[in-house]
Design a protein around this ligand. Structure first.
Ligand code: DC
Length: 222
C-alpha cells in the first residue's frame, strides 16, 4: 500500500519547492501536476490551437503523448512526444496558457489516469489544484497550502528575476490574481480545499519553517 499526500493550493504558495524538499527527506516521489497542464498548453501554442473547449483541442489530445519521468535524484521531467519540455513550460506566457487550458474538461480527463497511475506505483507528494478533491480523493493526507497574493507574487518575482527574466512585480501580482480567479471559478475541478484537508498558510513562514511544517503533518498522519 502506497502513501499519497495530496498538496493543493493557489499558484506561488511555494508548493513545488516545499514539496520537492519534503519528498526528498521522506523518500517519496514528488509529482508536479501543473507541469502536465503547462505541457498541453505548450502543445496548443505550438499548433496555434485556442485554449477553449473545442474539437481542435480534442484532436490535439489525440495526437500528443505526455509522459512523466524521474531521474535517480527523483527529479521530474515532463515529455511532450518524447521531447523534454521541462524548461520551456516555465515562462509567464506558459503559465497563463496552462491556466486557460486547464479549465477544459477533456484536458482534465485526459490527464487523470496518468496522475492516478503515479500514485498507484509510488509513495507520492502530488502537487496541484484538485488532487485532494478529484484526482486522489482517498489520499491519506491532504494539505491545502496557501499564502497572501502579495507574498506569492513577491516569491515568483524573485524566482523569475534570479532566472534573468525581465519582469515587473505589478504584472506578476496581476497574473497571480487572475490565475487565482480562473483556477477557483472554473466549472470543472475548481481550486478549493478538500473538506478533510489541513490548511497551511505560509505568508509568515520562511522556506525551512514551511518544509518542517509539511513534514511534521505528514509524519503525524501516516
Ligand atoms: O502549478 P502550476 O502553476 O504549474 O499550474 C499551472 C496551471 O495549471 C494553473 O493555472 C492551474 C492548472 N492546474 C490545474 O488546474 N490542476 C492541477 N492539478 C495543476 C495545475
Amino acid at each position: 500500500m502506497y502513501i499519497s499526500v495530496a498538496l493543493d493550493g493557489p499558484a506561488g504558495a511555494g508548493k513545488s519547492t516545499i514539496a520537492k524538499r519534503a519528498a526528498k527527506e521522506l523518500d517519496y516521489i514528488y509529482v508536479d501536476t501543473g507541469a502536465l497542464y503547462r505541457t498541453i498548453g505548450l502543445a496548443a501554442s505550438r499548433k496555434g490551437v485556442e485554449p477553449v473547449a473545442s474539437k481542435e483541442v480534442n484532436n490535439l489530445l489525440d495526437e500528443i503523448k505526455v509522459d512523466l519521468t524521474f531521474n535517480e535524484n527523483g527529479d521530474q521531467a515532463v515529455l511532450l512526444n518524447g521531447e523534454d519540455v521541462s524548461g520551456l513550460i516555465r515562462t509567464p506566457e506558459a503559465s497563463m496558457m496552462a491556466s486557460k487550458i486547464s479549465a477544459i474538461p477533456s484536458v482534465r480527463a485526459y490527464l487523470l489516469d496518468l496522475q492516478r497511475n503515479m500514485a498507484k506505483t509510488h509513495n507520492v507528494i502530488m502537487d496541484g489544484r484538485d488532487i485532494g478533491t478529484v484526482v486522489l480523493p482517498n489520499a491519506q493526507i491532504k494539505i491545502f497550502l496557501t499564502a497572501s497574493p502579495e507574498a506569492r507574487a513577491t516569491r515568483r518575482y524573485k524566482e523569475l528575476c534570479e532566472k534573468g527574466m525581465d519582469v515587473k512585480y505589478e504584472d506578476i501580482l496581476q497574473d497571480v490574481i487572475t490565475r487565482d480567479y480562473n483556477d477557483s471559478h472554473r466549472e470543472t475541478a475548481p481550486l478549493k480545499p478538500a473538506d478533510d484537508s489541513i490548511l497551511v498558510d505560509t505568508t509568515e513562514l520562511d522556506f525551512e519553517q514551511s518544509v518542517q511544517k509539511i513534514i511534521s503533518i505528514i509524519k503525524e498522519n501516516i
